[in-house]
Design a protein around this ligand. Structure first.
Ligand SMILES: [Zn+2]
Ligand SMILES: [Zn+2]
Length: 290
């Protein structure tokens, strides 16, 4: 009996709820995580921290540690990328970071309006009310426009909506605003959080990771459900070479299209500890010591 090892502690640092495009409420997600034996999870909805208060309440009830997070869409040159921010302690309340995210949400809303105007110009009767009706939490994006077109019977699938109208080069396409990666990292660090590039295997920015690290990026998401074993090896090596944290998460969006991904990535809790240390010492400070 004395030889029984203590139970392993593991985490999932990349999860979505209904506050962006997931199907679970924060509470449902945390209950699933508790059942699967997770010690800690991070909720990282797209460009919003609105789900965090609910999540913190639910986490307290289940005993699962909730790390407040957000997945911020930004750009590096012409490429769009996703930057995860982990906001330990109270840093998720940082007013500047909230302003930045609110501004992005407003711009996204305006973009949805422009889509609707262009579609109206093409003779398609769609209103912003139709678009907003498909959103659980008030923020709307291009996907909500596609769903509204589907609901109106203009198209027979959201794929068709993108192919005919909403994709770049199609008649209702609207260019989007994206924060620069370097600004995003700076905002996250200023708030007291740490910035970690999400699923780099889905981008072609590997040659620029060192530059992002020099701007204060604190980690690389190594383990992700869409990374191949070869990519995991590669990013683990890169994280080591660059002296940054290696993190991981399933990117579960609930029980929708891809199925339940929660439970597929079990990040050893020591990796979370390392990230916390990094946040404590400040990514910029850690860097200036090199
Ligand atoms: Zn992403
Ligand atoms: Zn994600």
């Amino acid at each position: 009996m004395s030889s029984v090892a203590p139970p392993p502690h593991f985490a999932d640092l990349h999860l979505h709820t209904r506050y962006s495009d997931g199907t679970f409420t924060p509470r449902e997600l945390i209950q699933h995580a508790a059942r699967l034996g997770f010690s800690a999870i991070a909720i990282t909805d797209h460009d919003t921290l609105d789900g965090i208060p609910d999540a913190l309440t639910a986490a307290k009830e289940t005993g699962v540690e909730l790390i407040p997070g957000v997945e911020i869409t930004c750009r590096f040159g012409e490429q769009e990328l996703h930057m995860l921010a982990y906001l330990f302690g109270d840093s998720w309340r940082d007013p500047n970071l909230r302003d930045v995210l609110c501004h992005a949400a407003r711009v996204r809303d305006e973009r949805a309006e422009q889509f609707v105007k262009k579609l109206n110009g093409l003779g398609i009767g769609l209103t912003m009310e139709d678009v907003r009706a498909g959103s659980e939490c008030g923020t709307v994006g291009r996907m909500h426009v596609a769903m509204a077109l589907l609901k109106r019977g203009v198209v027979t699938s959201t794929d068709e909506a993108f192919a005919r109208f909403l994709r770049r080069g199609r008649p209702a396409y609207v260019e989007r605003y994206r924060m620069e990666t370097t600004e995003t990292i700076a905002h996250v660090n200023r708030a007291g959080g740490v910035a970690v590039i999400a699923h780099p295997g889905l981008n072609t920015l590997d040659d620029h990771l060192a530059e992002m690290v020099s701007q204060g990026m604190a980690g690389i998401e190594v383990w992700h459900t869409r990374h191949s074993p070869a990519q995991v090896d590669r990013y683990l090596r890169l994280a080591g070479d660059l002296g940054v944290c290696a993190t991981g998460g399933s990117d579960c969006h609930g029980s929708g299209r891809e199925g339940m991904l929660l439970g597929r990535i079990k990040l050893p809790y020591e990796r979370v500890e390392a990230l916390k240390q990094r946040a404590k010492h400040g990514a910029a400070a850690a860097h200036s010591n090199e």
